[in-house]
Design a protein around this ligand. Structure first.
Ligand SMILES: Nc1ncnc2c1ncn2[C@@H]1O[C@H](COP(=O)(O)OP(=O)(O)OP(=O)(O)O)[C@@H](O)[C@H]1O
Length: 238
């Protein structure tokens, strides 16, 4: 595991929308090189927390503090949305785009694009128009585009929603490799099996609050709250 010097601390963070608190207060520090899984029922606030961490959700109170200057932190992160967003161009152009923005030399871009297309299983589709890819292929492209510039932190919102077992496994393999080579991952999922396969630590959200948290082995074998225990058993928690 490669050490990752980036960390982020949330202090008394709240998000209010239309007079309702949809998140918080949340106090949380994410440090190290782990694979954090955010889990909880629909509407618990998982996406909102993920967006707060990435700085794309306006907070109503509290602070989000990175261990480095904001600009450096922003540069070091990537975010994969639940519904992949991409350019209406080819797979190749989509993979090249973030590298062009960073001013990476052309020859290096070409090599990285081929490499990453292979890693996410799209090497035979480099010249296909991205909008015509299947849902699973789009998700893989979104992941490749996020990882091609080797971010220190990667946020993912349900990257395997609606994917079949094979695509899910391919994406999990890419994520595991990225994590062991130094990318810290924070990811939401509804899939408890996936959480058990990937997580080094777990954040359980309920009603906009961090209800339970801990290292994966500890929290899965010995949940800290009755609600998380019920959630693990497949009961409806609301
Ligand atoms: N812009 C907004 N205005 C009003 N309410 C919002 C807004 N964004 C989110 N919410 C509400 O905040 C709550 C948390 O939403 P969020 O998407 O973070 O939940 P989630 O845990 O990711 O849910 P899911 O598992 O269904 O994706 C929900 O009740 C949602 O309806």
């Amino acid at each position: 595991m490669v050490d990752n010097p980036l960390s982020v601390s949330l202090k008394d963070v709240r998000v209010k929308r239309r007079g309702r608190t949809i998140l918080g207060p949340v106090n949380l520090t994410l440090a190290g090189s782990g694979f954090t899984i955010l889990i909880g029922p629909n509407g618990a606030g998982k996406t909102t927390l993920l967006k707060v961490l990435h700085g794309i959700e306006r907070i109503s109170a509290g602070t989000v503090q990175w261990s480095v200057a904001d600009a450096e932190a922003r540069q070091a992160q990537a975010y994969v949305f639940q519904r992949p967003i991409m350019l209406r161009r080819t797979v190749r152009q989509n993979l090249a785009y973030p590298l062009k923005l960073l001013g990476v030399p052309k020859s290096e871009i070409a090599q990285k694009v081929t490499d990453w297309a292979g890693r996410v299983g799209l090497h035979e589709m480099l010249d296909h128009p991205a909008p015509r890819l299947s849902g699973g292929e789009k998700q893989k492209l979104a992941l490749g585009r996020a990882l091609v510039r080797t971010p220190k932190v990667l946020f993912l919102d349900e990257p395997c929603a609606n994917l079949d077992g094979r695509s899910t496994r391919e994406i999990e393999t890419v994520l595991r490799h990225a994590n062991t080579t130094g990318t810290r991952i924070v990811m939401t999922t509804h899939d408890l099996g996936q959480a058990r396969r990937l997580a080094s630590d777990v954040l359980f959200l309920l009603h906009g609050k961090l209800h339970d948290q801990g290292s994966a082995p500890q929290i899965f074998s010995n949940p800290g709250t009755a609600e998380f225990q019920a959630f693990l058993q497949g009961d409806i928690v609301d």
